[in-house]
Design a binder for this molecule. Structure first.
Ligand SMILES: Cc1cc2nc3c(=O)[nH]c(=O)nc-3n(C[C@H](O)[C@H](O)[C@H](O)COP(=O)(O)OP(=O)(O)OC[C@H]3O[C@@H](n4cnc5c(N)ncnc54)[C@H](O)[C@@H]3O)c2cc1C
Length: 395
């Protein structure tokens, strides 16, 4: 209740909790957060060199963290969509963007289409073990000659009797080296425009699936990123995921969840970087005072905090609409665009506030900047997000 004292005193210290979260989410947050801090974060530096090990999936499966919002009949926890946001946020405590991305590809990008479009048999064969962490998933959209232009992909699946034969190449595939299966977008009818694409569930041990190369990259070093080739890969008709000819629309739906969860991860990552830097600004002295007491630095924190809070509100409110059955593509694109931009800006300012220390690996801020930079490219670039938003006004 508002009392005179409460109204007069600003409430800086109160815990911020958005209305989309309840006490169940608080408990989940605590249990994921403590797991991440105890079992994952201590390995973050090592995993920058080795990529994170597969046991992370089995352990998270055991703990129930890979199927938070999937129904219990498939081994999930039966939670709601904000549970996924909690995971995306808490996993940033690992201080490993690569790990967070590898897990998010599994929980929020590759498995949702299996749940929504899959047959019962496909759910038993792929979703159930994926939730247990026994099968690792990946998502194959991008190709060497087509990324933003999804409709420009060349991977072909051609019907041959009861089977389909797949030929093509996919690149920048997260979990591509370790995955047991891939949700693959292929062209099935080159003359049918957007109705000429189909999703396939392909076991990665099928003859003709070649993990060509581990790709080296700027950041996200704890994740594996692969170039894959598909050479006369024969799959049965029941490898089709969803409807034949509707793969383009299916993957556009998948991208919405991918973008929203990416936005949540960006906000949480930016907040973590902010918090760490705030601590540094109270400890580091220059010209006889804490650097945080210089107005120039104080204003940097004010700018960063305002951006993070705006991104958070946009992401949460959009997630709330998504959970309640809306399909808010414009706002998801805005959240993805804005959150990934501000995360990079925040990480950049945090390096600046750290001075030379910010440039050193030891402080971990440079890693945040390198990891975050991907988010302005992956899951749809800034330019594509702007185009989706602009077109939504009929332009
Ligand atoms: C580390 C990493 C992990 C990834 N993981 C996966 C994964 O697991 N699965 C997967 O399928 N993909 C993955 N990707 C691919 C990612 O989604 C693509 O890189 C991204 O969609 C951009 O495609 P592109 O790289 O082909 O760039 P391009 O499409 O070639 O774009 C190049 C530039 O042109 C601009 N551009 C293109 N079209 C337009 C337009 N119409 N208007 C204005 N500007 C335009 C782009 O914005 C960009 O600046 C990953 C990428 C990286 C880097």
């Amino acid at each position: 209740m508002a009392t005179a004292e409460k109204v007069i005193k600003p409430d800086y210290g109160s815990r911020r909790k958005h209305f989309i979260f309840n006490s169940d989410h608080d408990r989940l947050r605590e249990s994921i957060g403590s797991f991440v801090e105890k079992e994952l974060a201590p390995n973050a530096d090592e995993w920058e060199n080795t990529t994170f090990p597969d046991w992370v999936f089995t352990r998270m499966g055991e703990l129930g963290f890979l199927g938070l919002s999937y129904p219990e009949e498939y081994g999930g926890q039966g939670g709601d969509y904000p549970c996924n946001l909690v995971l995306a946020e808490e996993i940033t405590k690992s201080d490993s963007g690569g790990l967070a991305m590898g897990v998010a590809v599994h929980t929020d990008m590759a498995t949702p289409p299996v749940f929504l479009f899959g047959s019962e048999e496909q759910k038993q064969r792929y979703l159930v073990p994926a939730i247990k962490g026994e099968k690792i998933s990946s998502l194959g959209i991008t190709e060497p000659d087509a990324g933003s232009d999804v409709a420009g992909i060349k991977t072909r699946a051609v019907r041959d009797g009861d089977d389909w034969v797949i030929n093509g190449s996919k690149t920048y595939i997260t979990n591509g080296l370790r995955a047991d299966f891939i949700v693959l977008v292929a062209k099935t009818d080159p003359d049918a425009g957007y109705d000429g694409f189909t999703l396939f569930l392909v076991d990665m041990d099928r003859p003709g699936v070649i993990r060509e190369k581990k790709l080296e990259k700027l950041g996200m070093h704890a994740s594996d990123t692969a170039l894959l080739a598909f050479q006369d890969v024969r799959v049965p008709a029941d490898a089709i995921l969803g409807q034949e000819g509707k793969g383009f629309y299916h993957i556009m739906w998948e991208l919405q969840g991918e973008r929203l969860i990416g936005a949540a991860g960006c906000v949480a990552g930016a907040q973590r970087c902010f918090d760490r830097t705030l601590q540094y600004a109270t400890e580091r002295q220059a010209f006889g005072r804490q650097i945080g007491k210089f107005q120039a630095i104080r204003h940097k924190f004010a700018e960063m905090a305002t951006k993070i809070e705006s991104a958070r509100q946009l992401t949460y409110t959009t997630a709330w609409r998504f959970q309640n059955g809306d399909y808010p593509v414009r706002e998801i694109s805005m959240a993805k665009l804005y959150a990934s931009r501000i995360a990079v800006e925040v990480a950049d300012e945090c390096i600046q506030i750290h001075g030379g220390a910010g440039y050193m690996k030891e402080y971990g801020v440079e890693r945040v900047w390198r990891d975050m930079r991907l988010n302005r490219i992956g899951a749809g670039t800034d330019e594509i997000m702007l185009d989706v938003i602009g077109r939504s006004y009929g332009l």
